[in-house]
Design a protein around this ligand. Structure first.
Ligand SMILES: Nc1ncnc2c1ncn2[C@@H]1O[C@H](COP(=O)(O)OP(=O)(O)O)[C@@H](O)[C@H]1O
Ligand SMILES: CC(=O)OP(=O)(O)O
Ligand SMILES: [Mg+2]
Length: 415
């Protein structure tokens, strides 16, 4: 029998929830989708689609939304109150909730959420300061409000459990590293998993034969070298701060920069708690850097359309850092690359960014076709490469919620 499944994606700046009708071992059918965006730097916007009728509402109409659990309450209310969404007349109709948890530590597979898993995820909060705790507030709401639903955690880090030792190890004291779990974990794994399956299907290859360089470019941005269908390397590290810059994140900087920034950066932030230790340095590099610090906005569309020198600089920095990873991963994959794949809000919507990146890496054999690149992206995977390009250049409309729902439909523990 079909069950109603909520796939909840709590990101740094948004909460996205897709509602599915799910049946064991069948492809889940999406029936509604809703999101609250603008949580890191307003304005907060709400999008809602039910049975393909889209509504977009501005902030004023809604109760105050400041953090991820406010967003969850709002979206849950939308589902229950919508007479067109007959599948959810009350909370009791929701049978399964899937949660995107960014940092899963050593978990290499999804987990049913009971007290032990909950505590383990909480213990990792320091390592994903923009993510884990916020996602857990939503998990808590589900445990309290939907006591009969099954709750499953899907970890962004689990896709990267295949990264080889010499890539995941930091060259620091091994005993301290082991004791404190200091290694590369990598994130955006639900997205990379979706991209890998979708691109393999599009190219007519087995997943295990697919090698791509994938770019997930959203509020948080990362790159991933996928070798024979598995993560070989990725740009984020111990935490989602490493690698590419993002909306409010610096990305990788010389670690010594921290000690030269201001003299109080080692102190804890006022909102640290006995369980959650966030230093001023982490707060600055995670929440007060990136596009926001350079341009005053986190909206990359506005940045890419502006002639302001600060925006042009931000755009150039992003292209430079992305190309650095493309070059590095091209070598890591020994040039055996089926495609360069753009995904995430920026990767899917900014033809200008794709064009600039492709131009800069054309020496590696990635060439874009201007007309295909400028066309609207409507398919899950769309080819934007030029005729004769040595390697493919693709855009993939990634869907982390679908990836969770798909895995859930295969999961014998739940059915
Ligand atoms: N047309 C566009 N051009 C450039 N950037 C865009 C465009 N549309 C959306 N974006 C950017 O995409 C980012 C959000 O990406 P998304 O993957 O949805 O975010 P999140 O990481 O919150 O899931 C924002 O920086 C937004 O400005
Ligand atoms: C891991 C990460 O940075 O996620 P998001 O882009 O959703 O903030
Ligand atoms: Mg995201």
């Amino acid at each position: 029998m079909a069950k109603v499944l909520l796939a909840i994606n709590s990101g740094s700046s948004s909460v996205k929830i897709s509602v599915f009708s799910a049946t064991f071992r069948k492809t889940p059918q999406q029936i509604a989708e809703a999101q609250v965006s603008g949580l890191t730097a307003g304005p907060v916007a709400v999008f809602y689609t039910c049975h393909n009728k889209t509504k977009k509402k501005a902030e004023k109409a809604w109760q105050p939304v400041e953090q991820q659990d406010d967003a969850f309450e709002l979206l849950l209310g939308l589902f229950i109150d919508d007479p067109n969404l007959q599948e959810i007349k009350s909370k009791a109709d929701i049978a399964i909730t899937c949660h995107r948890i960014v940092h899963g530590g050593d978990y290499a597979s999804s987990q049913l959420i009971g007290p032990v898993t909950y505590d383990n995820i909480e213990a990792l909060s320091n390592l994903a300061p923009l993510h884990n705790r916020a996602a857990l507030t939503i998990v808590r709401s589900c445990l309290d409000q939907l006591p009969d639903a099954a709750n499953i955690a899907y970890f962004d880090s689990q896709f990267h459990s295949t990264i080889p030792e010499h890539i995941r190890t930091y060259p620091v004291n091994p005993d301290i590293a082991r004791k404190n779990g200091l290694r590369k974990y990598g994130f955006h794994g639900l997205s990379y998993s979706f991209i890998t399956r979708s691109v393999a299907g599009y190219l007519g290859k087995e997943i295990g034969e697919l090698s791509i360089i994938a770019l997930h470019l959203g509020s948080g941005a990362s790159a991933c070298a996928i070798k024979n269908g598995q993560s070989w390397d990725t740009s984020m590290g111990l935490t989602p701060l490493a690698g590419l810059p993002g909306a409010t994140r610096s990305g990788s900087v010389d670690p010594s920069l921290v000690f030269h920034y201001t003299n109080d950066v080692g102190k804890l932030t006022p909102y640290s708690t006995p369980e959650l230790h966030i230093s001023r340095a982490e707060d600055i590099l995670n929440k007060q850097s990136g596009w926001k610090s350079l341009t005053g906005t986190t909206d990359f569309r506005a940045i890419s359309e502006s002639d302001d020198p600060a925006c042009k600089l931000a755009f150039d920095i992003f292209v430079d850092r992305i190309c650095g990873f493309v070059g590095s991963y091209y070598v890591a994959l020994r040039g055996q690359v089926d495609a360069l794949v753009f995904a995430g809000g920026i990767g899917e919507k900014s033809s200008k960014l794709r064009d600039r990146v492709a131009q800069s890496v054309s020496c590696l054999g990635f060439e874009i076709d201007d007309t295909s690149n400028a066309a609207e992206i409507t398919d899950v995977v769309q080819d934007v490469s030029a005729k004769g390009s040595r390697h493919g250049v693709l855009v993939c409309q990634t869907d982390e919620q679908f990836e969770m729902a798909r895995s859930c439909a295969e999961d014998e523990r739940i059915w």
